[in-house]
Design a binder for this molecule. Structure first.
Ligand code: SF4
Length: 101
């Protein structure tokens, strides 16, 4: 019997991310940054480096969050100094819905 399941289909990370659905809360960001603390503690560099969705970037000397793309993984909280970052889940009905890619 030569059967088997056939070729395994692989997907790339961008393909999997594109399968997710985001509902943007345009009235309220679920991420707030204390600019002074983020700078003085190195939090800015760390959250930019670790966020898998590229939410954080530097613009005109400030670290900004494009919160619409947040995957709600919590990694940024793990590397942020106390008080530098306020993060909570988006309000009900908003945020990411994961789908199988
Ligand atoms: S929770 Fe995850 S995806 Fe969202 S901003 Fe933090 S590190 Fe990025």
């Amino acid at each position: 019997m030569g059967g088997g399941a056939g070729p395994v289909r692989t997907t790339t990370v961008p393909e999997r991310l594109a399968a997710n659905r985001f509902v943007l809360d345009e009235e309220e960001s679920h991420i707030e940054i204390d600019q002074e603390l983020a700078r003085s503690t190195g939090t800015a560099e760390r959250i930019i480096a670790v966020c898998p969705a590229g939410v954080y970037s530097m613009q005109d000397g400030r670290v900004v969050a494009d919160y619409a793309a947040c995957l709600e993984c919590g990694t940024c909280l793990a590397v942020a100094a106390p008080g530098a970052l306020t993060w909570h889940y988006p309000r009900g009905g908003f945020g990411v819905s994961f789908r199988e890619g």
